[in-house]
Design a protein. Structure first.
Length: 333
């Protein structure tokens, strides 16, 4: 009898504990998307977004399920730059770049002068990041950002981008349906995030709008302004391909190491055709070997570093510079 009483007491205690645990788990249950959106709405008002915009925009925001992504992506490095560059910069892209450069030469010249960026680099950057605007993204950006924040793996980032997107609507009077982007949150021909749009988007044609989705001049101006702010120098180029001696010390290859042309020459570095490097010591230059000693070698300048602020990949930056060289040579008539 005593055992039965003890057993009953233990059972009741365990059952009570289970109920309490279940209750605690219920209280920690993740909010629904609607509840999460209500919290975003409250925060938007606290951040100063006008009630009219909140009332107009939030009912249109829907949960976005990320489907299997089938869009085009930039080719990843295979073995070396020898195989990567022809994939990243195929001949059709070179022809498109040269045609775009010629068609918009007057606008590009004016924009290049205003922002201090040579036009060929503007066109080359556009070609690499979005295939000249073909890969712009056509998903409702606010729905994508809210859903990505709700999913939680990068909540802080996507919440910040969500409120930045609301500020785009507030500041530039862009309609909900016109604010489109990719599943990554990047948008328009420039592939800016919402926060980058607020920092770098420009009105290239003076019509009072910053349309990086459909307006070529706004797109050119926005990319030029980005490069200017990244430290681009209008009186210089990006770098050059070079040769190094067979016994070259690879420890010299690093963006952290800077030397003058004379110092590189003293180490046996030459132009790619074997001739001497320029006779000037007013620049601090780095040597890079993305594929090691057996691959291509480059001396790179400050403008190359500006490109790396967009994407910290030598393969990316060299694809932009390679396309820029194909735009420049042979000369477009």
């Amino acid at each position: 009898m005593v055992w039965k009483k003890i057993g009953a007491a233990v059972f009741i205690t365990l059952f009570s504990g289970s109920v309490q645990l279940a209750s605690a788990q219920d209280s920690q249950k993740s909010p629904s998307f609607v509840e999460y959106l209500d919290a975003l709405k409250l925060e938007a008002k606290e951040q100063g977004i006008e009630n009219e915009i909140v009332a107009r925009v939030f009912p249109k925001i829907k949960p976005f399920k990320r489907a299997v992504f089938t869009g085009k992506t930039q080719a990843e490095p295979n073995t070396s730059l020898e195989t990567y560059l022809p994939t990243a910069v195929p001949e059709w892209k070179v022809e498109k770049a040269r045609s775009l450069f010629k068609t918009h030469s007057a606008e590009l010249e004016a924009i290049g002068t205003k922002y201090g960026v040579q036009p060929r680099f503007i066109v080359a950057l556009l070609g690499i990041i979005s295939d000249f605007g073909a890969d712009s993204g056509h998903l409702p950006l606010l729905s994508v950002l809210a859903s990505s924040a709700y999913e939680g793996s990068k909540e802080a980032f996507f919440r910040d981008e969500f409120f930045a997107a609301l500020n785009i609507i507030a500041q530039d009077n862009i309609e909900f349906d016109d604010l489109q982007g990719a599943w990554t949150g990047h948008m328009g021909q420039t592939h800016f995030t919402a926060s980058q749009y607020l920092l770098f988007a420009q009105d290239g044609d003076g019509d009072g709008k910053k349309d990086i989705w459909n307006n070529t001049q706004d797109t050119f101006a926005s990319l030029a302004y980005y490069l200017q702010q990244a430290g681009w120098k209008s009186d210089g180029t990006w770098g050059r391909q070079v040769l190094v001696p067979k016994e070259f010390d690879r420890s010299h290859s690093s963006l952290e190491i800077k030397k003058t042309f004379s110092q590189w020459s003293a180490l046996g570095v030459t132009r790619f055709d074997g001739s001497k490097l320029p006779s000037r010591d007013d620049m601090q230059i780095s040597l890079i070997m993305p594929d090691g000693i057996i691959g291509r070698k480059y001396l790179v300048y400050d403008n190359y570093r500006a490109l790396l602020k967009w994407n910290e990949s030598d393969y990316f930056a060299l694809s932009v510079t390679y396309l820029s060289e194909r735009i420049k040579y042979p000369a477009i008539k």
